[in-house]
Design a protein around this ligand. Sequence first.
Ligand code: NDP
Length: 282
Amino acid sequence: MTPVPDITLNDGAQIPQLGFGVYKVAPDETAAAVRSALQVGYRHLDTAAMYHNEEGVGRGIREAGVDRGDVFVTSKLDNGFHEPDSARRAFDDTLAAIGSDYVDLYLIHWPLPTRYGGDFVSTWRTLEEFAADGRARSIGVSNFQIPHLQRLAAETDTVPAVNQVEAHPYFTNAAVRDYCTRHGIVFQAWSPLARGTVLDDPVVGRIAEAADKSPAQVVLRWHLQRGDVVFPKSVTPDRIAQNFAVFDFELGDHDVAALDGLDRGPAGRVGSNPDTFDVISR
Ligand code: NDP
């Protein structure tokens, strides 16, 4: 019996609130990391074509002996494949790499407003095809700012199931989060540990010491109590286990407020700004 609560998406599907992210996990280390995570109890994996490790994710599931149907797998469309025919080919390649005839969730990785003539709408319509034929059980977006979400709302019929954006105590991404909450879009917080940088913060350290938990557990608990979906990354087995052991304590209002108070606004970003990010690596 998993301790991880499910969150219901706007299409009725359910996603485990805590998962395991594999950004920057080397392709040849991914299957081992995924096996570790599945053995601990994770049932939600977050990968992307851009991470070059979808194959390791699929292999890790098979090697762990866990039924594919028991694992929620997300992948994402790489930046060089936004045009509909390219997106169709890229999605076929993703399914082949994972070794599955479907993904649970497929996302546009970045909106790329300065590329493709600013057209992410036809890309979204292509993802709608994947949802219609059942090969993507749910579809969503990543790194979409409010104007990008508003444009999808005005020009298409499908509200994204999720928006996966940077969020952690140093950058709560409050306006985007508020938009998502008001429009039934589940908020997924990427780099939930701010890539480790927030773990040395004295406020986090004080709360962790008082709770007899690690700084990472405190930060993940803060996300979970806010209702965010998170998938911390680690290649270190004891950290993978530690990050999953966050359901036996609760932060009080005072601690939550102290963590909320660490927000630095956009200056707190550890990743790229979606308004300007335009990297196409292949
Ligand atoms: P995280 O915020 O998850 O931080 C990962 C870093 O924290 C690693 O250096 C890891 O080290 C360290 N760490 C993890 N757990 C602990 C712990 N318990 N104690 C101390 N250090 C710890 O960063 P990510 O950027 O990887 O974000 C998580 C996931 O979000 C990604 O893997 C990916 O799935 C997704 N993501 C999505 C993006 C998007 O554009 N959609 C962009 C970025 C991320 P080590 O591995 O050495 O143990």
